[in-house]
Design a protein around this ligand. Sequence first.
Ligand code: BT5
Length: 325
Amino acid sequence: MHATREALLHRLSSGDKELSGEELAGSLGISRTAVWKHVHALQAEGLDIRAERGRGYRLYDDVLVASLLAERLAGLRIGSRCMLMPEVDSTNSELMRLATEEGGFAPDGTVLLAERQTRGRGRLQRNWLTTAQHSLAMSVLLRPPLAPTEVAQLPLLTAVAVQQALADLGPLRIKWPNDILCEGRKLAGILTEMRAEPGAVHAVVIGIGINVRAPEGGWPEALGNIAGDLSSVAGREVCRMDVATAVLRRLDALYNEYLAHGFEPIREAWWQAHAACGQSVRVHNGTTYIDGIAEALDTDGALLLRTSGGVQRIIAGDLELREKQ
Ligand code: BT5
């Protein structure tokens, strides 16, 4: 985006009141006429910026601004570089390319957000729906000092970060392995990918998709009974920049705690937030259904399931809650 327009959006997104043409001109180092021209250009791009006579300009859209996010995450590892793209295939794929392709420059802590994903991905080749202006699609690059086997702990840590960061909005629970639910509806999902060779991890990309508002016109039929959104849960309009900031700050704090103290405190927090501790569940592991009681989370993220034949370790799959939450 044009640098002055990004700076203008940064200023307009920072507060919740009108800013006069004079204030904006002063802080951006341009004339009031130039402010007016840039506002017009942004309006022509479809942004809802209104000029109130005698008071100034106000932004009514929930806009993502990379420089504002970087400012809010200043000094943290996560957000050391923040990028926003209007459209990508998948923020995970794009960030992995930026991290690993020849000349790949993206440093540890890089955050990539996109307004639209043309091939948003879930686990196991599934699709993830991102709706422009209503969803958050973001990926975080880490270059962790971990063994490849320990990387499986990072999506669990991320689920805890999302659950804790947004807990004020409603009673959010984690569903193994990486869903964030509220009253049985999925509000967010996490997809972690890595490039490694035996003994060395080069790049881990953690993708987080969050439904901040439902799509206009409602969810597509396939998601109608599954998906939920934060604004409905909170009973008010939730702002995407605030959600992104809260989640990434919490992720940064938990990741530092994890590097300093290991997985145990994270595992405990994860288990406390899990929707089915000690409850009856059914797991589909790709080939069969296994019924049992969710008994614990193993250190590598496997779910320990007490079945009629003893405790089974479930490494991957989908979990169905058998009891009402
Ligand atoms: C996930 O997979 O939940 C991981 C989703 C990760 C998405 C982020 S967005 C940023 C980054 N870039 C990417 O390309 N991906 C990451 P899984 O557990 O496999 O769940 C996928 C299933 O969730 C689908 O098969 C649908 O049933 C359902 N689903 C798809 N879109 C959804 C949505 N927006 N809200 C709720 N459920 C959805």
